[in-house]
Write a protein of this length. Sequence first.
Length: 163
Amino acid sequence: MRIILSLLIVFILNGCASTSKNNKLSQIVNDYFDTYSKREDFNKLMMYYADNAQFKDIIYGNSFNSKEEIRNFLDWSKGEFKILNGNRALTVTRHTFGINTAITEGFFHTFSYDRQKLGPWLFVITQEFDSNNKIIQQTDWINYTPRDNFLGGKNMNDELVKK
């Protein structure tokens, strides 16, 4: 009986630790996307990445293998960027969490970049985190438009324009 009670206590405590870890990860992911959405503090955005983070932009075919390479790719000071509707660059529609992972779905709002109107763009971003809750791997799936500028094919973002 004592063994069963001990095991039960261990399982309960382990469950509480997992829930606490997921809550912390959830908060970090929400903070990351809030920072990304406001586009005001690029250094804060970069603080979420581990030094050895890896980053893939599947549609463009880009791959980066360090925080510095990611910094150069995402650099918000490149080009002239302006949000056209509202004050946020993106909206998150759903998060799905694993033990050390997050999958985030949403869309980038319409914006201009170097005076070219772009968006809205659907996205799915997957992130894996280390034990310090720093991003060690990120994969972006962004449905860039206008398609002529990128790949051709069906524009799945048309549904956003209809809303």
